[in-house]
Design a protein around this ligand. Structure first.
Ligand SMILES: Cc1ncc(COP(=O)(O)O)c(C=O)c1O
Length: 384
């Protein structure tokens, strides 16, 4: 049985009932986070969870859907954690591991969030949903919308790769291309949502996509039997990072781990790096990035994020860091992973290789550390 107790605003702490559809906190506009009953006995021990079939809903008690282990799935989750092999050697990180999220349905980690958010939206009575997307989230929304029988509307920046737009349409979603960045697509979509009564699944403007993404951190502990030393993650809207930080807190509350945390590293592109700038300046929130530069890492072209303060808290609270990389460094990172590991990553994954190289050169990453680098998607959708 799911143990979802209530929703809590990540900014002001206001509680909201979990049994109806919510977007942001009605008191302050902050992002809502799921809180579970972790005190009532009966939670499975880690050993019991490990005996269950692998997959996104393995620990269904700590996911919000009422259908629990029976929640419809497209086979998301349980992605491989690959030894870094030649890539680790090249970076001077023999303990390097690569979590390959490209092996999810629709070829990115976005499937995890949509698997949960779309199932929950359906349970709570949504009929039509919408979101702005850099591409991958829209594609995942289209797939899970089709699976759950929900109408899906996606707004994407005009620069979005053709293959992604085609895939969204093939999966039955309505797609509108909006000039500018994802922030412009977001503004346009907010107006449409209000006009048509569509439920918004925009990043952190509903509480359940984060829940799907937090499972990545659970899987690290299932696989390693411990918390890694460092997690290097490409950051746009930040749901992956925020979800994983939340998951480690939950694991500590359940007694699975102690107070140890991986040092989180947020990776952004130099032409749009609001979180890196805020981290370096010591700010608690990030100023919006003016005129974000075009980049091949579409998912990282996010000039402002609602969850900026949650990301910055996770970075600082874990003793982590934030690194911006150039387009050339990102491309070189892709090539390195492809040739040294046999895994051609999404540009966002290549950006993580470049960030790890920088941090190793600075001595911030030690040779003996267990460093997990995320490849969040496949480059194939970006090719056409
Ligand atoms: C491949 C890929 N990696 C990373 C990101 C950034 O994810 P988040 O917005 O959760 O920070 C995105 C977002 O679109 C993406 O598509």
């Amino acid at each position: 049985m799911a143990r979802l107790a209530y929703l809590e605003c990540g900014r002001c702490g206001q509680r909201h009932a979990s049994q109806r559809l919510h977007n942001v906190c009605t008191a302050c506009g902050g992002p809502l986070l799921c809180r579970y009953d972790l005190d009532t006995p009966g939670l499975p021990a880690l050993e019991e969870v490990l005996r269950r079939p692998a997959g996104q809903f393995r620990l269904h008690e700590l996911l919000p859907t009422e259908s629990g282990a029976q929640t419809p799935s497209l086979g998301e989750g349980a992605t491989p954690l690959l030894p870094g092999a030649g890539l680790g050697a090249a970076l001077g990180l023999p303990g390097l591991l690569v979590k390959d999220e490209a092996q999810n349905p629709t070829s990115s980690f976005k499937a995890r969030g949509m698997a949960v958010a779309m199932a929950r939206a359906r349970e709570l009575g949504a009929v039509a949903v919408c979101l702005p997307s850099a591409g991958n989230a829209g594609c995942a929304a289209a797939a899970y919308g089709a699976r759950h029988g929900l109408e899906v509307h996606v707004a994407v920046p005009q620069a979005t790769p053709r293959a992604i737009v085609r895939a969204c349409r093939a999966l039955g979603a309505g797609v509108t291309e909006v000039p500018g960045s994802i922030a412009d697509a977001g503004k346009w979509m907010a107006e449409q949502a209000a006009q048509h009564g569509w439920f918004s699944l925009a990043t952190l403007r509903e509480p359940y996509r984060v829940e799907g993404k937090k499972v990545m951190a659970y899987e690290l502990v299932y696989e390693l039997g411990r918390v890694p030393d460092v997690v290097v993650y490409p950051t746009g809207g930040g749901t992956g990072l925020i979800g994983m930080a939340k998951a480690f807190d939950e694991m500590q509350s359940m007694g699975w781990i102690g107070a140890e945390r991986p040092r989180f590293v947020s990776v952004q592109m130099a032409g749009c790096a609001p979180i890196v700038r805020a981290f370096e300046s010591g700010a608690e929130t990030a100023l919006a990035w003016d005129a974000p530069a075009e980049t091949a890492a579409y998912g990282l072209r996010v000039p402002a994020a609602l969850g900026d303060f949650l990301m910055l808290r996770a970075l600082r609270g874990s003793g982590g860091s934030a690194v911006a990389v150039s387009e050339e460094e990102m491309q070189a990172g892709c090539e390195r992973m492809a040739r040294r590991l046999g895994l051609w990553p999404a540009p966002e994954g290549g950006a993580c290789v470049a960030a790890a190289a920088k941090l190793r050169a600075r001595g911030w990453l030690g040779a003996g550390e267990c460093v997990v680098l995320f490849n969040t998607g496949s480059p194939f959708p970006y090719c056409a």
